[in-house]
Write a protein that binds this ligand. Structure first.
Ligand code: SAM
Length: 289
């Protein structure tokens, strides 16, 4: 099987039949069956033979094979135990890969990366399980895991939300969280027919270039994201109403004064504020608390 590429649909079918593997919808198992998409992901992510790569959900190893051919070392975290014997076979000719059985949301990522990559910065490259796209990305960003970029296949709609700017209908708490920590760039739009089985949604590959130095300085990150959540939780309301009727514990008068102090019109809606404005507002609200 070594010399046969897994992205060929007939090879994928052959592998899953050999092992009696059944796709699990609940684990988001949609395997790539298109060599061009895989090449594009690898090229656009700019992985070279000095790079360490963390893959989330290798499946039967289709993207993993190409990553192994380009990177110095690949660690692949897979939750589904039934895929482990398959990966052992499909990745047997590569000596720079290690498959780790576990849940990417629970595993101790800091220790894993420190142990396997000896503290060197890594890149995440993955075709993510869509049912947990946002928690996975937010875990890497919020916990400031030592990675320099995250190149991932996600639902198209989620990719556009991550990239959206103020005033755009897709702009929301996810856009702010992602852009607070990184510069997102959509690198590929991907149709449904490059997966087996076909998902119900279109996909896109997004690259998040993590800021080397924090771009925004805020004294209380937790409060910033509470404010963002409150502002978008009541999208139709003005900032004044949304923030004073949220769990922030502030009266209308306090919110009004905090907004005035930083020169933000209380009648504006949360969806019009830039990240810098949210940062300024956070400092102003912190004074009121
Ligand atoms: N990389 C393969 C490909 O492109 O063909 C498979 C991608 S498939 C969309 C997502 C993979 O993530 C599956 O192999 C699934 O078993 C795995 N997975 C699902 N939940 C996971 C979790 N919590 N932690 C690690 N892997 C997970």
């Amino acid at each position: 099987m070594d010399d046969k590429r897994l992205y060929s649909p007939s090879v994928t079918k052959e592998v899953i039949q050999k092992y009696g593997f059944k796709f699990s919808k609940s684990l988001g198992q949609n395997f790539l069956i298109d060599g061009n998409i895989i090449d594009n992901i690898c090229i656009e992510s700019g992985i070279t033979d000095s790079d360490f790569v963390l893959e989330i959900g290798p499946g039967i190893g289709t993207l993993t094979q190409s990553l192994c051919e380009r990177a110095k070392k690949v660690i692949a975290i897979e939750l589904d135990r039934k895929l482990l014997p398959i990966l052992e076979e499909t990745l047997s000719s590569y000596d720079n890969v290690e498959v780790v059985h576990g849940d990417v949301l629970k595993i101790d990522l800091e220790s894993l990366l420190r142990e396997k990559f000896k503290g060197e910065k890594a890149s995440v490259v993955a075709n993510l399980p869509y049912y947990i796209t946002t928690p996975i990305i937010m875990r890497f960003l919020e916990e400031k895991i030592n990675v320099e970029k995250i190149v991932v296949m996600v639902q198209k709609e989620v990719a556009y939300r991550m990239k959206a700017n103020p005033g755009n209908k897709d702009y929301g708490a996810l856009s702010i969280a992602v852009q607070y920590y990184s510069d997102p760039e959509i690198i590929l739009n991907v149709p449904k027919n490059v997966f087996m089985p076909r998902p119900n949604v279109d996909s896109a590959v997004i690259m998040l270039n993590i800021h080397k130095e924090p771009r925004y300085s805020v004294s209380d990150e937790k409060l910033l994201f509470q404010i963002v959540k409150a502002a978008f939780g009541k999208r139709r309301k003005t900032l004044l109403n949304a923030l004073s009727s949220s769990g922030l514990g502030l009266t209308k008068d306090e919110v009004n004064k905090a907004l005035e102090r930083c020169g933000i019109d209380p009648k504006r809606r949360g969806e019009t504020l830039t990240i810098s404005e949210y940062v300024t507002l956070t400092e102003s609200i912190a004074q009121a608390k």
